[in-house]
Design a protein around this ligand. Structure first.
Ligand code: HEM
Ligand code: SF4
Length: 550
């Protein structure tokens, strides 16, 4: 995993000192509220419903055991002993005291972490595939490229005040697990017939008030030009993106207004000045990033061990359930990636306690070369577990409440903090997730339903990705009362689609019943092993609508 060099460390340390000074001046009344606001946002610090909220960057979702332990210590010392993983692979603290934040940032800097650019109108944390480097369907490892983008974008002098926040996602696999179609820029790394790395560049995707699917700007960009091309896109956005209206400020609105041809023409014209300039990548630059992601020293796992693991699956039903849902194939025979579920009814989706963090850090050392990944579905992944250790790991996870064998099912809900924490919310979202998890907890039923993404946001900002949920739930406000709008047919994968609203919204207590009716239609209409999404696409919206509003 990437380790800071002297430049990175100096930059982060200096930033901590600068912010400490700014905080001192704010607390002493020398900096006003309006002056302090942009400063705190540049350091990931929001003011929320009950308390400040600090968003900590986890570059492309990768965490070391040491970092997770430090996070555990921080949440114990400065917060309420837990943190919340988000759909952007960040960690949010919901209860820090304002005056403690410089100390928290100093503690983070000791383990090469920070909160820089986790908010504000700049290029945010780059997200990627949680199975990067190990997935069987991977064509190109995205991590070195994400790291190059991180270095390019962090405190980029020209892009500190973009019209709006800016998010990039990268995938190098056949199956997109990074939602590249609904990011401001989505990048797909692929190999041409000659084995040369190319980049498909999408722009103008995004969720929120006006959800849009990104369009292709360049299909076959040679890798040498990745950074100069990104720079050209962000320059065009910086120059022509709207600044007069916050709701029309995202790049998706610009792409839509200009049309993809004209947008591309402007990008290409800008690129003409940048192409082959100093930011052009060469083998040495890429290699310098690549060395930080070596293959771990995996011990060989022999065929007998693999056979024994398969036998165990046959003999133990509970273990088999866990393996089927939470264990993912690995490019190296004898190894698997294991998803640790952060979906328990007792806690908000994505929440993790300090004790769990410590325990997971230890598990990662024992079973995963001291490394973990955060998924955009708000779970954690151990990416390198030998099959002969999976059963022991499973038992340990079970004791920690992290072995819920429901990854990818209806119960693996993505959910934003909603009205319980977020001051922008129209309605609560965590209690909706819990009510649904409670209603649909029967494992046999969940497995019979197969893969379904259910995503919940407390307002139209769409932090919970409701637009791309097969079933999406959105909190809406009607004359001061909380209601929920349901949409169907959204999907974040390559065959991307935005959900379509079912009809008038519902009372909170009716939501699980409505979901039940939607599922009934699916179960009645599906053919053989057809997924929910495919049945929906085949039979159409009306069949669901009729049942729900009958
Ligand atoms: C409680 C603090 C939070 C605040 C104040 C906040 C604020 C916002 C705002 C204002 C937007 C809309 C931006 C726009 O449309 O231009 C947004 C979108 C978004 N937020 Fe949050 N958010 C919070 C928490 C979260 C959490 C917990 C997650 C993940 C679970 C998250 C992930 C996202 C994502 C994925 C989007 C939409 C994506 C996009 O269009 O790129 N945010 N947030
Ligand atoms: S979707 Fe709305 S309610 Fe939920 S976290 Fe985002 S801004 Fe807050």
């Amino acid at each position: 995993m990437y380790r800071y060099d002297a430049y990175d460390q100096t930059l982060v340390d200096e930033r901590v000192n600068q912010f400490r000074d700014q905080m001192d001046r704010y607390l002493a009344g020398k900096l006003g509220e309006e002056e302090f606001r942009p400063v705190r946002l540049q350091n990931g610090l929001y003011i929320q419903r009950h308390a400040p909220m600090l968003r900590i960057a986890i570059p492309y979702g990768m965490l070391s055991s040491e970092q997770l332990r430090a996070l555990a210590a921080i949440t114990r010392r400065y917060d309420r002993g837990y943190g919340h993983f988000t759909t952007r692979q960040n960690l949010q603290l919901n209860w820090p005291a304002l005056e403690d934040v410089p100390e928290i940032l100093a503690d983070l800097a000791k383990v090469q972490m920070h909160a820089i650019q986790t908010s504000g109108n700049c290029i945010r944390n780059t997200t990627s595939d949680q199975f990067a480097g190990i997935a069987k369907d991977e064509v190109v490892d995205p991590r070195p490229w994400c790291e190059l983008i991180r270095q390019w974008s962090t405190l980029h002098p020209e892009f500190a005040y973009l019209p709006r926040k800016f998010k990039i996602a990268v995938t190098g696999a056949t199956d997109d697990r990074a939602a590249i179609h609904v990011h401001d820029i989505g990048l797909r790394l692929w190999l041409d017939d000659a084995g040369e790395l190319r980049v498909r560049v999408l722009a103008g995707g995004g969720m929120g008030r006006t959800p849009m699917i990104g369009e292709v700007v360049r299909d076959d960009l040679p890798w040498q030009h990745l950074l100069t091309y990104l720079e050209a896109i962000v320059r065009v956005y910086n120059q022509f993106g709207r600044r007069d209206n916050k709701f029309k400020a995202r790049i998706k609105i610009l792409v839509k207004a200009l049309g993809i041809e004209e947008f591309t023409r402007r990008v290409e014209a800008e690129w003409a000045h940048l192409k082959d300039g100093s930011q052009t990548l060469n083998e040495a630059a890429v290699e310098a990033a690549r060395v930080h992601f070596p293959e771990p020293a995996r011990r060989p796992v022999d065929d007998a061990a693999i056979a024994e693991y398969e036998q165990l699956r046959q003999d133990n039903r509970a273990f088999a359930r866990f393996v089927t849902n939470n264990v993912m194939d690995h490019k190296v025979p004898g190894y698997k990636a294991v998803t640790l579920s952060l979906k328990r009814r007792e806690a908000a989706p994505g929440d993790i306690t300090a004790d769990q963090m410590d325990a997971v850090a230890e598990l990662a050392e024992r079973y995963g070369f001291g490394e973990l990944r955060v998924t955009h579905e708000q779970n954690l992944v151990l990416s390198d577990v030998p099959v002969d250790e999976i059963e022991t790991l499973w038992q340990q996870l079970d004791a920690l409440g992290m072995a819920n064998p429901t990854v990818g099912t209806l119960n693996d809900i993505i959910c934003c903090p909603g009205g319980d924490f977020c001051s922008l919310a129209n309605a609560v979202s965590i209690p909706i997730a819990q009510a649904i998890q409670e209603r649909f907890e029967d494992l046999d039923y969940l497995y019979d339903l197969g893969p379904i993404d259910l995503n919940i946001s407390g307002c139209m900002n769409a932090c919970g990705h409701h637009h791309v949920g097969n079933i999406g739930i959105l909190g809406v406000d009607k004359k001061g009362e909380e209601y929920y709008q349901i949409s169907l047919g959204g999907n974040a994968d390559d065959d991307v689609s935005l959900g379509k609203i079912l009809g008038p919204s519902f009372y909170r207590e009716d939501v699980p019943g409505v979901i039940d009716k939607v599922l009934q239609v699916y179960v009645e209409k599906r053919l053989d092993d057809e997924r929910f999404l495919d049945t929906y696409r085949r039979v159409g919206h009306q069949a669901f609508k009729e049942r729900v509003y009958a």
